[in-house]
Design a protein around this ligand. Structure first.
Ligand SMILES: [Zn+2]
Length: 250
């Protein structure tokens, strides 16, 4: 685990060098954005204590999508009283996890094992229990445009492609956009060159990923936070344009 970092007032990053998850504080209560890998549960209470919080301060877990490296500690937080929310199209995979569909079949993943990011995510996943994805049987669901009644009141921006229900979350008060896996800034993919789409073989529908950039481009935010990689501080428009240009060049 890396040090917990305050990325903006009341916005904290947790997880490892490979897999991020976040908490947002509003009025002393917390919303978790994504939930990392299952193994993060072993340090969960200590992680929250370092932020000055107890586990039952987490009022809600809002998931950008249903992949195993984003849902890990959701059941533990649910047990401690948190609500768990996900887009209606990803709810079935949270209730009953299974292999990804479309362009992201396990066969494509295996064919790309030689890539550094694939190996890094796989290694982190193996170490942190991600081969046994977490499930939540009773998630609440949301749709595009909903403003969620949880701390920070994020607005849902449906950005399908990585999964069918993948959604970005805009915390307007904090001016923070959580882009999940609609974008990646991790240097194993970008080689230090900013922001990209996730590699094609982990996206269920690459054309939809590209189209979803149009939804992120007009968003007003100071900070873009992603599932894998560092904070991006040049705004959603520049991020979307850069990811689009790189994707078109392939
Ligand atoms: Zn991910």
């Amino acid at each position: 685990m890396r040090a917990r970092t305050e990325l903006a007032a009341g916005v904290y990053g947790l997880g490892t060098d490979i897999v991020n998850w976040y908490v947002v504080e509003d009025g002393g209560r917390l919303t978790a954005v994504d939930a990392g890998l299952p193994g993060f549960a072993t340090t969960l209470e200590e992680d929250l204590r370092q932020l000055g919080h107890a586990i039952d301060d987490v009022e809600a877990v809002v998931l950008t999508h249903s992949d195993a490296d984003h849902t890990g500690v959701a059941p533990r937080l649910r047990e401690a009283g948190a609500r768990v929310l996900i887009h209606q199209q990803d709810a079935p995979a949270l209730r009953k996890p299974g292999p990804k569909k479309g362009d992201a079949s396990p066969r494509h993943m295996l064919a790309n094992l030689w890539r550094p990011l694939t190996r890094a995510i796989l290694w982190d996943t193996l170490r942190n229990g991600g081969m046994h994805p977490s499930k939540v049987g009773d998630p609440e669901t949301f749709s595009d445009g909903d403003v969620l009644d949880v701390p920070g009141r994020p607005k849902v921006i449906h950005t399908p492609g990585h999964t069918a229900g993948h959604s970005a979350l805009l915390f307007e008060g904090q001016r923070v956009l959580f882009a999940g896996d609609a974008l990646i800034t991790h240097e194993l993919v970008t080689r230090g060159a900013g922001v990209r789409l996730m590699p094609h073989f982990v996206n269920e529908d690459n054309r939809a990923c590209l189209a979803s950039l149009d939804r992120l481009e007009p968003v007003h935010a100071d900070l873009v936070l992603v599932g894998h990689g560092a904070a991006w501080r040049e705004g959603p428009a520049a991020a979307a344009r850069q990811a689009r240009t790189a994707a078109m060049a392939v």
